[in-house]
Design a protein around this ligand. Structure first.
Ligand code: C2G
Ligand code: MPG
Ligand code: MPG
Ligand code: CA
Ligand code: CA
Length: 343
């Protein structure tokens, strides 16, 4: 058994984005495989294979935290805790700090930098900002998702979705509810595209972009509130494929009133949208690692943004052409890229 012993503090009673800091550190360390206990004075140790001591109030931001061996835990050049192995118990009699000192003098202790922030009553706003940033699917947050955010997700969507997540954090909203709500929005947009007038198209485009942003919020809320699930991850992706299809189908149906040949374009655009997702997900399934595309940026965040722009400028044929041409070209490119890079 691995135990984490956290020196209790009133600071942990503060609520941050829906959970107390106490709940946050407990859930984070439980995810890393520890049994978590808070202590004040008069600590007694039970038998364990490793002991984690958190001595300073801290908010751990690192996701998929790995703690092994004998370590001094550092954040921003400042020590906040120790990880010791089972023999630590032999050093422990009475006072914790002197036991730690004796253990360190007789063992080689490495430093381990952990992405965390020491918390006090004064810096809760800064901690909140960092916590929100830690939810983004980028390489710097240490997340290992199937793929990192595309350019529109990074530059546009996350900027707004993090504010929405901040607002929703204290509410009783589940990630799956956001996923389903976001999908329903895509159905509303699709119905609006069937009405062949510019105002309906404009509103549909705006709804598509809101749908694009909410696609970031479901995952953010899941990570923020420790509510990630396999079903949620699956549903998130599957409903995206349905949403892509209904949006492209209804745009195509609308364009086909002008010329039946648009069905060919729509067919190719819908296929491209599906295949971009499939080639990425199939890579992850086969190679069991994150897919980092260095090719044409035509991921879902970008495609939905192209449809949003096409709606505003009433150039949806151009949007479908871009998606069909760039999407299929990118899939073709991936066939060769993946062969060369990973054989
Ligand atoms: N997740 C979850 N439950 C949900 C939705 C998402 O548990 N109902 C979690 C899963 O771990 C899933 C991850 O969140 O793998 C997806 O994270 P998001 O931030 O939603 O990112 P994604 O939808 O892949 O992309 O502009 C669009 C963005 O690129 C969104
Ligand atoms: C706009 C009509 C645009 C028609 C465009 C036809 C494009 C044909 C082929 C695309 C290029 C294919 C290249 C393939 C390369 C493969 C590698 O606009 C008409 C308004 O939206 C209405 O408001 O009707 C409209
Ligand atoms: C509109 C016709 C549109 C047809 C477009 C078909 C080609 C589009 C993309 C092909 C991309 C294929 C990529 C293959 C990659 C392989 C790996 O409408 C015709 C009227 O002017 C509209 O009023 O022209 C009109
Ligand atoms: Ca999502
Ligand atoms: Ca989604």
């Amino acid at each position: 058994m691995k135990v984490a012993l956290i020196k209790d503090s009133k600071v942990y009673d503060n609520k941050l984005l829906g959970l107390t800091l106490r709940e946050r550190i407990k859930k984070t360390l439980e995810r890393a495989g520890f049994v978590v206990e808070f202590f004040n004075d008069g600590l007694t140790l039970r038998e364990a294979e490793s002991y984690l001591f958190i001595l300073e109030p801290v908010l751990i931001l690192e996701r998929d935290l790995r703690l092994e061996g004998k370590k001094a835990l550092i954040s921003d050049n400042s020590l906040f805790g120790y990880l010791f192995e089972g023999d630590f118990r032999n050093f422990f009699s009475g006072d914790l700090l002197s036991a730690i000192e004796r253990y360190i003098s007789m063992n080689s202790i490495e430093k381990q930098e952990v992405w965390a922030v020491k918390v006090s009553e004064e810096n809760l706003k800064k901690a909140e900002k960092l916590l929100l940033e830690s939810l983004v699917k980028s390489e710097k947050t240490g997340l290992k998702p199937a793929y990192y955010d595309g350019v529109i997700a990074r530059v546009v969507n996350r900027k707004i979705s993090l504010r929405i997540s901040k607002f929703l954090a204290g509410k009783n909203v589940t990630p799956n509810q956001i996923t389903v709500f976001s999908f329903l929005l895509s159905l509303v947009a699709a119905m609006l595209y069937l009405i062949n007038n510019y105002l309906a198209t404009l509103v549909a485009g705006i709804i598509v972009q809101i749908h694009n942003i909410l696609d970031c919020s479901d995952g953010e809320i899941a990570r923020l509130k420790f509510m990630e699930s396999s079903y949620g991850a699956w549903l998130d992706g599957v409903l995206d494929r349905y949403a892509d299809f209904v949006i492209i189908f209804s745009i195509t149906f609308s364009l086909s009133q002008l010329n039946q040949s648009y069905w060919i374009l729509g067919f190719l655009a819908a296929f491209a949208a599906l295949m971009i997702a499939y080639t990425g997900d199939k890579f992850v399934a086969a190679y069991k690692t994150t897919y980092k595309s260095k090719g044409i940026p035509i991921t879902r965040d970008v495609r939905l943004f192209i449809i949003f722009l096409g709606s505003i400028f009433n150039q949806l044929a151009a949007s479908l052409i871009l998606i069909a041409v760039l999407g299929n070209a990118e899939c073709l490119r991936r066939i060769f890229e993946i062969k060369v890079l990973n054989s």
